[in-house]
Design a protein around this ligand. Structure first.
Ligand code: B12
Length: 475
C-alpha cells in the first residue's frame, strides 16, 4: 500500500525537534512492504497546501498523522497548536477516503479530545512501531483493526480504547535513518539535537506528569550495546549532537550505567546530552560514567528545592537529594541545566524563596537554571483532582484540551514572576519561559550554528543574555 505519514509539529521553539516517532513508524511500515512517504511540516511555509498536494500526488491507501504538542506549557504566553491539526485533517479528508490514523505523544495525553478533532478512523496510543504495521496489514486485507492493542477510536460517538501492548525489555534501540526521512540540514542549522531512546516507560508518580500515560509505567529497556551501536551509526553519518529522550535517563540506575559503559566501549565521536536526570540516582559514579560515555550536557529536573513542594508534587526525593546532587555536579565537568517548576501544590512565598536561594547559592555560574511558573493540568492526573479540590479548576475534564494551568492558591503568580525576574537580573545564567519563547530564538540558533557553536546552546546563556541586554533587550 501507499502510506503517507504526516508530521504536524511546526513549533521551532525552543528549537525544532526531529520527529523520531514518525521516522520509526516510517521505517517499520517500509519494512512491512509498504511504499512510504513522510511529509514533515516543520519547515514548510503553507502546511495545508503541502498536505493537499501530497495526498493528491501520492494517492495514499492510509494516512498516519503524528501529533506531538498540544500547547507550549507556558501559562503567560500560551500557544495552542491543535487548530492547525483540525485544518490538516479537513484538507486530507476532502481529498481522500483512505483511513486516517493518529499517533504521537499528544494522543497519549488526551486521546479522546484529539480523536474528536476530525473525521479520523482511529489512533494508536503508545508504541507505534509494532502496532502500526499490524494495523496496515489488517487494512490491506480489508479487515478491522479496532481490536489491536493501543488502538483507540470514536465509535458511534463513544470513545473506546484498548490497553497498549507492553514493549518488554532487551529490544534493540531504534535509530531511524534520519537523512532518509527528514531535511537534516535544516534541523542541524537550527541547533536541533538528534533524538534517541534508551528505554520507554516511567514508573514515577509525579502528580502533574503525563509520561506514564504516554509510555506506560513499566520500563521497556533497550539493549545497551544496541544504543551504543545506534549512536555510533548516527554520528558516522554526521549526526553527532545526540540527545537521549527517555522520560528519565538515570532510572533504573543500572540501565543508565550499562548504557554509559557500552557507549564508552565504542568510538562514536558523538556529543551526547540528556535533559531528564532524577537527583535520586545521581552520584559520582553516574557522572563519571557519563563523562566517559561522551556527554557534553545534562539536565536535572528538580522542579523545586523545597520539601513541602517536592512532597506536593510527589517527586519521590527531598531537599537532601537536591543538595547532594548539587555537590556531585560541582565535582564534575559536564555542563548542567537545572529545571524548576514553580507554583506546584504546597508552594508559598517562603518555598519560592527557598528554591531561588538554592539556585543562587548552589548552581555554578557556568551552569543554567531554567524556571517555568504554573503547571499545565492534564485530565486524569492527580494534579487535576488537587486543583478541583482546591477550587482552582472548574472546567469539565473533556474541556481541557485548550490549556489550563495550576498555581498553588497559597502564592500569587505575578509575585512569583517578579521575584524570579529579580533573581534573573542578578544571575545571567537564569532563564524563564520568556527566554524559551523568544521569537528570535531560531535566528540566534541559526547564527550560532554558522559561527560554529554546537548544542546545547544553553551553555552560553550568560554571554547571550549579556549581549542581548547590551543591545537593549529586557531578557
Ligand atoms: C524529550 C522531550 C523533549 C525534548 C526533545 C529533544 C529532541 N531532540 O527530540 C525537548 C526538551 C527539546 C522538548 C521540548 C518540548 N516539549 Co517535549 N518532550 C519530550 C519527551 C520527554 C519525549 C519525546 C520523545 O522523543 N519520545 C520518544 C519517541 C520515540 O516517542 P514519540 O515521538 O512520541 O513516538 C512514539 C509514539 O508516540 C508513536 N507515534 C509517533 N508518531 C506516530 C504516528 C502514527 C501514525 C502512529 C500510529 C504512532 C506514532 O510511536 C512512536 C514510537 O513508539 C515527551 C514526553 C514523553 N514521554 O513522550 C515530551 C513532550 C512531547 N513535550 C511536550 C512539550 C509541551 C514540549 C515543549 C512545547 C515544551 C516547551 N514549552 O518548550 C517543547 C516543544 C519543542 C518543539 N519544537 O516541538 C509535551 C507535548 C504534549 C503537550 N502537553 O503539549 C510532552 C508530551 C510532555 C508533556 N508535557 O506532556 N521535549
Amino acid at each position: 500500500m501507499n502510506i503517507l505519514l504526516v508530521c504536524t509539529n511546526r513549533n521551532t521553539l525552543p528549537m525544532p525537534v526531529m520527529p523520531i516517532g514518525a521516522c520509526i513508524i516510517a521505517h517499520a511500515s517500509e519494512r512491512s512492504g509498504h511504499t512510504v512517504r513522510l511529509l514533515d511540516l516543520m519547515f514548510t511555509r503553507d502546511a495545508t497546501a503541502e498536505v493537499e498536494s501530497a495526498v493528491t500526488g501520492f494517492h495514499p491507501d492510509a494516512v498516519g498523522i503524528s501529533v506531538r504538542n498540544i500547547d507550549n506549557n507556558d501559562m503567560r504566553n500560551t500557544v495552542f497548536f491543535l487548530d492547525d491539526l483540525r485544518d490538516i485533517l479537513d484538507a486530507i479528508r476532502t481529498r481522500t477516503g483512505a483511513p486516517i490514523l493518529l499517533g504521537g505523544a499528544a494522543l497519549g495525553v488526551m486521546p479522546e479530545e484529539i480523536l474528536r478533532l476530525g473525521d479520523v478512523s482511529g489512533g494508536v496510543i503508545g508504541d507505534g512501531e509494532t502496532i502500526f504495521p499490524l494495523l496496515l496489514d489488517r487494512i490491506s486485507q480489508g479487515g478491522d483493526f479496532h481490536d489491536l492493542p493501543g488502538v483507540a477510536c470514536i465509535e458511534n460517538g463513544t470513545f473506546r480504547r484498548n490497553p497498549p501492548a507492553s514493549l518488554g525489555n532487551s529490544a534493540p534501540c531504534p535509530a531511524p535513518d534520519y537523512h532518509r526521512w527528514l531535511n537534516t540540514t535544516a534541523y542541524r542549522s537550527h541547533m536541533a539535537t538528534v533524538p534517541i531512546q534508551t528505554k520507554t516507560g516511567c514508573p514515577f508518580q509525579c502528580v502533574y506528569c503525563t509520561y506514564p500515560k504516554i509510555e506506560g509505567s513499566a520500563y521497556g529497556l533497550k539493549e545497551p550495546a544496541s544504543v551504543a551501536d545506534a549512536v555510533a551509526r548516527l554520528a558516522a553519518t554526521g549526526l553527532r549532537d545526540i540527545e537521549i529522550v527517555d522520560s528519565v535517563f538515570n532510572a533504573p540506575p543500572e540501565h543508565a550505567m550499562n548504557v554509559c559503559a557500552a557507549l564508552a566501549r565504542v568510538k562514536h565521536r558523538a556529543r551526547l546530552q540528556c535533559l531528564e536526570l532524577n537527583p535520586l540516582f545521581l552520584d559520582d559514579s553516574l557522572l563519571t560514567a557519563m563523562e566517559r560515555a561522551g556527554f557534553v550536557g545534562m539536565g536535572i529536573t528538580l522542579e523545586s528545592a523545597s520539601d513541602p513542594v517536592l512532597r506536593g508534587l510527589k517527586k519521590g526525593f527531598t531537599t537532601r537529594e537536591v543538595h547532594h546532587a548539587a555537590e556531585v555536579v560541582r565535582r564534575h565537568g559536564i555542563p548542567c541545566a537545572w529545571i524548576f517548576l514553580l507554583g506546584g501544590p504546597g508552594e508559598t512565598a517562603e518555598t519560592v524563596k527557598e528554591t531561588l536561594r538554592f539556585a543562587e547559592k548552589q548552581i555554578r555560574p557556568r551552569d543554567v537554571a531554567f524556571f517555568n511558573t504554573g503547571i499545565r493540568i492534564y485530565p486524569g492526573t492527580e494534579l487535576e483532582s488537587i486543583a478541583r479540590r482546591q477550587g482552582v479548576l472548574s472546567r469539565a475534564p473533556g474541556d481541557m484540551l485548550s490549556p489550563v494551568f495550576y498555581v498553588s492558591p497559597e502564592v500569587d503568580a505575578p509575585w512569583v514572576e517578579r521575584e524570579l525576574k529579580k533573581s534573573m537580573n542578578r544571575h545571567m545564567n537564569f532563564l524563564n519561559m520568556d527566554s524559551l519563547g523568544m521569537s528570535f530564538l531560531p535566528t540566534i540558533h541559526r547564527f550560532g550554528h554558522r559561527l560554529g557553536f554546537r548544542p546545547p546552546l544553553w551553555r552560553h546563556t550568560r554571554s547571550i543574555r549579556r549581549c542581548l541586554r547590551f543591545a537593549g533587550m529586557d531578557v
